[in-house]
Design a protein. Structure first.
Length: 411
């Protein structure tokens, strides 16, 4: 079994081979430009302090400043962050926004920290990476377990040292340079993506049933917006378990229940099933919206859906991908399906640089244009090259980065 980074590199290498890229260029694009490991010290409420490991990987900036989220999770490791930094590089290129790719995170379980400790952790991490990031250099954003409030603290910490500049980080609170529509952007973008495929195949929305593994920001927005336009949500899960109702769930009511009780589990009007069982639920679209590698071989065999919408980053391992491809399952790959978040991060950055605040309609319309163009491009390329959607997405992303590398020259 390959590591997460090796798997993503495998997709890159396959695209590079097909594009016939020169070897030295291939080598340059197969490794990160810079990797920073930092010590994050957090004074604890009860006295003393704890030390955590933090990372920022800057993978490639041929097309613009490094761009990508920061996650707070116990599983964070350099290999995992490197994998996501590479993914961000192909994702921003595929979205056709003027950024490169980066990723960062702290190896910590934020659920074990108080609000004050979380703020000190966020500020301490920002201090540790401040000298390698910046509005025209590397622009972080939210990711797993990181919120607009955390982005706000980090923007403020950066401002204490370098003066206020909201464009240093995206996904901030609206009151502090954030953009309308950023919060819902990953979910909305994923919906534009799958809806494009549904329309292209002449399928009916009201005959599509979605099972969504992960009910955080991305999963819950997707469920709410998809339900609004006629899709049926039959199952939802979070880290505590899953709920199922073949007749359909009301996503906003489930979210209210989750806010009240801390989990989707126990929602009235649905059967509670185990977190493992959601993978076998009868549905037409399965959405991994939680962590990486949630679908390995065993779960790939359980999935009944004909379409997988990868709202999380690297949710399907290489081995699982092969099993699903053999069964004719269409996978809308992560670098496409989850691109809505970074697309609106780009729009936030543009507004910050111009000191503008756009309406939500304007943001959503731009997001729709970006997702439509990216999805149509991937479907057309797959058709032309007899490739899977993942292969086609990598072909487009890798080709754009390679063109920028060649254009900027090597000396
Ligand atoms: N964390 C998100 C992603 O993986 C958003 C990154 C960003 O907005 O820069 O795409």
């Amino acid at each position: 079994m390959s590591s997460a980074f090796e798997a993503v590199t495998g997709s890159f290498e396959a695209a590079a081979e097909r594009l016939n890229l020169e070897l030295s260029l291939r080598e340059a694009m197969a490794t990160p430009t810079r990797e920073v490991t930092v010590q994050v010290r957090v004074p604890m409420d009860g006295g003393g302090f704890k030390v955590y490991k933090g990372y920022r990987v800057q993978y490639n900036n041929a097309r613009g400043p490094y761009k990508g989220g920061l996650r707070f999770h116990p599983n964070v490791s350099l290999d995992e962050i490197r994998c996501f930094a590479a993914l961000m590089t192909w994702k921003t290129a595929l979205m056709n926004i003027p950024f490169g790719g980066g990723k960062g995170g702290v190896q910590v379980d934020p659920k074990l920290l108080s609000e004050a400790e979380l703020e000190r952790l966020s500020r301490s991490f920002m201090r540790a990476i401040a000298e390698v990031i910046g509005p025209t250099v590397d622009v972080p954003a939210p990711d797993v377990n990181t919120t607009p409030q955390i982005m706000g603290w980090m923007a403020d910490e950066y401002a204490r040292r370098y003066g206020p500049n909201p464009a240093v980080i995206t996904g901030k609170p609206i009151a502090f340079g954030g953009s309308l529509g950023r919060d819902s952007a990953t979910g909305r973008g994923a919906l534009f993506c799958v809806d494009h495929l549904v329309r292209a195949r002449g399928l009916k929305r009201n005959e599509q049933t979605l099972a969504i593994d992960g009910y955080g920001n991305a999963g819950s927005w997707l469920a709410i917006l998809a339900h609004d336009i006629g899709y049926t949500i039959v199952a939802l899960s979070d880290s505590k378990g899953a709920i199922h109702n073949p007749k359909g769930l009301h996503p906003e009511k489930v979210l209210a229940h989750k806010h009240e009780t801390g989990s989707v589990v126990g929602f009235e009007g649905a059967d509670t099933i185990s977190g493992d069982d959601i993978f076998g639920v009868d549905c037409t679209v399965f959405v991994p919206a939680a962590l990486d590698e949630s679908i390995k071989e065993d779960r790939a065999k359980q999935i009944t859906a004909k379409i997988i919408l990868e709202e999380a980053n690297y949710p399907v391992t290489t081995e699982a991908d092969a099993i699903l491809a053999d069964r004719g399952v269409t996978i809308l790959p992560d670098i496409l399906a989850s691109g809505g978040g970074v697309a609106v991060s780009y729009l936030e950055w543009v507004q910050d640089l111009q000191r503008e605040a756009w309406t939500e309609e304007r943001v959503n319309a731009r997001l729709e244009d970006i997702m439509e163009a990216a999805t149509a491009g991937v479907l057309a390329r797959a058709d032309k090259e007899k490739a899977t959607l993942r292969e086609a997405a990598y072909l487009i992303g890798v080709e754009r980065v390679a063109e920028a590398e060649v254009a900027r020259g090597y000396r």
